[in-house]
Design a protein around this ligand. Structure first.
Ligand code: P6P
Length: 336
């Protein structure tokens, strides 16, 4: 089937308006903005080796991480695209210390959605030409419409998400999202700048044969994680599993959805609460994984039920094929 005969992202959103109910077109316009920003960032990422835009920007973000120029660029593109279209009332970004409250032209903003995002996850891979990604999460505000947003609007449980998605800038650029009615993947045809439905109704198998973890931190892992890794490596049944770890969350998650597998970022000496951020990485990925039939926890509790306490809060992350996550949780509970 040629690309042109596949549905475009725009046509899909129009056909699936029931997934965007109660949004009076706001959520559709919000998705159109994310689609536009993704195309702009994709173009720049694909040029990274050619123009002077890679390498450290020379500044550090709130995480104390060297900001790669593309980090800063992607953050600005998504934020400006959303602000210019006046379709959200607030934005939280992993790259920004605090959230952004967006006042309307006449000082009040009648929009009801907020966006939380990691504009370019895995950016340390940019200079070595490894896939990177954008992760986004959409909520309805919980404070009165027309007033400035507050931290309460951002510190919502993941189960309140209206939609979530990721863009993977890899061998091809894909946008994968859910509004709570399954997961669908769209591949960009860069020649004409159109996303086509390439992966309808994505689902992750209950069992898989891939485990993704940075084993370099093994000595610092909790005993339950060490025991689970040894389980993955044991000669029994369909084990040993294959170890695959790209070091780019979106890439590891995308592969594991398509092939079956588990991704782990546990606590370690370097990351006593884990490394990944609850709001900008774990909740959106958890929403997608659950909608695809998988599971996402912190080793003990469902990620999307964690009550956030701060914008840049980190949590341990166990995510992927349901039975694999449950086996890892078993080892964690044996060593509680
Ligand atoms: P480590 C990238 O910095 C990231 O946030 C995820 O994309 C990735 O899975 C993880 O951190 C890699 O971390 O400590 O294994 O290099």
């Amino acid at each position: 089937m040629s690309a042109q005969s596949k549905q475009t992202l725009g046509e899909f959103i129009i056909d699936r308006q029931e997934d965007f109910k109660y949004s009076s077109g706001e959520l559709t316009r919000l998705f159109n903005s994310i689609r536009l920003a993704a195309k702009i960032v994709s173009h720049k990422v694909n040029q990274a080796g050619l123009v002077d835009i890679i390498g450290a920007f020379g500044q550090e973000n709130i995480q104390g991480e060297q900001q790669q120029k593309l980090d800063v660029y992607a953050n600005e593109v998504f934020i400006q695209t959303l602000i210019n279209r006046e379709i959200v009332c607030g934005i939280g970004s992993e790259e920004n210390d605090d959230f952004i409250s967006i006042e309307g032209k006449d000082g009040n903003n009648e929009n009801k959605y907020i966006v939380l995002m990691d504009p370019l996850d895995g950016s340390s891979n940019i200079d070595v030409n490894v896939s990177v990604g954008t992760i986004f999460s959409i909520y309805r505000r919980v404070t009165p419409i027309g007033t400035p947003v507050t931290k309460e609007d951002f510190l919502q449980k993941g189960e309140n998400q209206v939609a979530a998605g990721y863009v993977i800038y890899g061998s091809s650029t894909m946008l994968v999202y859910t509004t709570g009615n399954g997961v669908n993947g769209f591949t960009l045809n860069p020649a004409i700048g159109t996303f086509y439905l390439s992966h309808p109704e994505m689902s992750i198998s209950e069992d898989g044969g891939i485990y993704s973890v940075n084993e370099g931190n093994y000595v610092h892992f909790p005993q339950g994680v060490k025991d689970y890794i040894k389980y993955c490596q044991a000669e029994e049944g369909n084990r040993p599993y294959t170890s695959r770890y790209i070091g780019s969350l979106v890439s590891d998650i995308h592969r594991n959805i398509l092939k079956g597998g588990i991704y782990l970022y546990p606590t370690s000496a370097k990351a006593p609460n884990g490394k990944l951020r609850l709001l900008y990485e774990c909740n959106p990925i958890a929403f997608i994984i659950e909608q695809a039939g998988g599971k996402a926890s912190d080793g003990f509790n469902r990620i999307m039920e964690i009550e956030p306490t701060e914008l840049h809060q980190r949590v341990p992350f166990f995510c992927g094929s349901k039975n694999m996550v449950e086996k890892a949780e078993e080892f964690m509970s044996l060593n509680k």
